[in-house]
Design a protein. Structure first.
Lengths: 259, 338
């Protein structure tokens, strides 16, 4: 299928720092799942923040439906792209249900309040991440993993076409990791959702994702199907760690570090 | 998976909160109008010219002044807490009032009595002072894109101290008449004669209130998380600028008229949150109403607590607000931001 979202030769430079992202291009087709991997500090988060429109690239362009991202009206863009940050720290004890409901904001007309449908959508999103039981708790009282499920639910309540996730599985236990992957697969199936997800969890990427984008020092080190990217010598190069091993067992790729 | 029942929809909560707080405000105004050293008998207001003067020239304007300033400070406090995601932010702790007081003091010491577009220069000077204070405090506390919550408050305190010192210096240099007028502000008072200054203030403040209330949704999203607010369609940079300007303007006007009345903007939004939840679309209008009621009652107390004379209302709010600030600070483990 044709890509609806394109990033071309993106570059980003922090003030008085080296280039964090160098010439990265990426095309996203509908109903596709892309994993972004790479060592710490390789530019993954910066890349995804550019894709979310949070920071402007120093050079290069990002097109959504052929129109430059910064030309979109913020609220209209928010109906197409949702972003989940690595950590969310709130100063105030917002109830979980309010936080998830805030994901409906781009769909609620100005000077109106959320209606019953919005509330139903929010609760559905909360259920799909397995966090419905937290609805009336306050966000500040949750564990890191629970908080990630809530913030993911907010991104889902936004009903975007493209979901940008910055390490959503980092604080999740095995059960909720499995739940996360099932939810993403289901939404791709049902609604044609596309996902770009940063992860260090290489096991997770092998079976479900269509494509892996590997970054090394801000540059694309490899991009392709998991079978092609998850190879021992390539991973060793990407992470700068010679003892990485990878082996395919059935449909899965096993990655480990040899002591 | 079991679904717990959700809290009542926002619309119902909002209506309930506003109705309750409006009633409270009406009761506070009624109580404040009858309290004071000089008891006012309703029949004599109609017949006795002295009682009428007392009521319409002094008592009523003072109570209305309390309504305007209390509403303003509490609304600004709620907006600043959301904007900076800091439960201890308010016009006083962020140095906004200090900057405004300094600006107004300079204008008075220099004898600027002119008006620009009908707005007294003293108001404008206070507005500029407040703007500069917000800008300075925010710049000092920012590292890159992050505003450090602790540094924000420390910078605010320092701006307040420096402003206070500068105001004292100005008092020494200025002529005695101007010095006396400046001194009155350091404590904050609602003394006002006649309804004209009150109505002038209302027409300056009301548009700014409405503009700030209209930003409720944006402030709500930013209070939860700034980055996600941006990806939810809020123009964060523009919203921040607008809120800074509106808050500085409102605080500038209140400071120019009532002086630096402390902690109203801290106490009131927290009380509204405890009563009606965290949603800024309730907290902002709720703070407006409760702030008015709170300051009117605090002033009624200030007028009647001593048998022979009055306390400045700033002393009452400071005595209530200081401990409240410390209590919030103690509870900071619940608020991860400080």
């Amino acid at each position: 299928m044709n890509p609806f979202f394109e990033a071309r030769r993106l570059t980003y430079q922090y003030a008085r720092g080296p280039l964090a992202v160098r010439g990265v291009s990426l095309e996203i087709a509908p109903a596709s799942l892309t994993a972004v991997i790479g060592a710490n500090g390789s530019g993954k988060s910066t890349l995804i923040r550019m894709l979310a429109g949070l920071v402007r690239p120093a050079s290069g362009e990002i097109l959504l439906d052929g129109l430059a991202l910064e030309k979109w009206r913020p609220r209209e863009r928010a109906r197409e792209i949702a972003y989940m940050p690595q950590v969310t720290v709130t100063a105030f004890p917002f109830p979980v249900v309010d936080v998830v409901l805030s994901g409906r904001s781009p769909h609620v007309p100005r000077f109106r309040l959320e209606n019953e449908r919005d509330r139903a959508t929010a609760m559905e999103a909360l259920e799909s991440t397995g966090a419905a039981h937290l609805a009336n708790r306050s966000l500040t009282a949750l564990s890191a993993g629970e908080r990630q499920m809530v913030i993911l639910a907010r991104a889902l309540a936004q009903e975007p076409r493209l979901l940008l996730l910055d390490e959503p599985s980092a604080a999740l236990d095995l059960k909720h990791r499995a739940g996360l992957m099932r939810t993403l697969a289901r939404l791709r199936e049902r609604r044609g959702l596309s996902v770009v997800m940063i992860t260090h969890d290489l096991q997770l990427t092998g079976s479900l994702f269509d494509r892996i984008l590997a970054l090394r020092c801000g540059e694309v080190a490899a991009m392709g199907a998991p079978v092609d990217v998850l190879r021992g010598e390539l991973l060793a190069e990407i992470y700068g760690e010679p003892n990485v091993r990878a082996q395919r067992i059935g449909g899965q790729t096993l990655v480990w570090i040899e002591a | 998976m079991k679904t717990e029942p959700m809290a009542a929809p926002l619309r119902a909560r909002l209506a309930g909160a506003l109705a309750l707080l409006a009633l409270l405000l009406a009761a506070a105004v009624a109580l404040a109008l009858i309290s004071g050293r000089q008891r006012i008998d309703w029949r004599s207001v109609l017949s006795d010219p002295f009682a009428r003067t007392l009521f319409f020239r002094l008592r009523l304007p003072r109570v209305l002044m309390g309504v305007l300033i209390g509403a303003s400070l509490a609304l600004v406090g709620a907006a600043l807490q959301a904007l900076f995601r800091n439960p201890l932010a308010d016009p006083f702790t962020l140095g906004v009032q200090g900057g405004g007081t300094l600006g107004a003091s300079i204008a008075i010491a220099l004898g600027w009595s002119a008006r620009v577009l009908g707005i007294p220069l003293v108001f404008l000077a206070a507005f500029v002072g407040a703007m500069l204070a917000v800008f300075l405090v925010k710049t000092i506390a920012s590292t890159g894109m992050v505003v450090l919550p602790g540094a924000l408050l420390l910078a605010g305190v320092v701006v307040n101290l420096v402003s206070g010192a500068a105001v004292v210096a100005i008092q020494y240099v200025a002529d005695p008449d101007a010095a006396l007028r400046i001194l009155r502000w350091m404590v904050g008072s609602l003394d006002v004669v006649g309804l004209e200054p009150v109505s002038r203030m209302f027409f300056l403040l009301a548009p700014a209130w409405i503009a700030l209330l209209a930003l409720g949704r944006q402030l709500h999203l930013m209070a939860i998380d700034e980055d996600t607010a941006a990806t939810l369609g809020v123009n964060v940079a523009r919203c921040e600028t607008v809120v800074h300007v509106l808050c500085s303007f409102i605080v500038g006007v209140t400071v120019a008229m009532g002086g630096a009345i402390g902690f109203v903007g801290l106490i009131v939004p927290h009380a509204v949150r405890l009563m009606f939840g965290e949603d800024l679309r309730i907290v902002l209008p709720g703070s407006l109403l409760l702030g008015a009621a709170f300051l009117v009652l605090a002033d009624a107390l200030a007028r009647s607590v001593l048998p022979s004379s009055e306390l400045p209302v700033g002393a009452i709010t400071g005595l209530l607000g200081g401990p409240m600030f410390l209590w919030l600070l103690r509870r900071r483990q619940q608020y991860s931001a400080i």
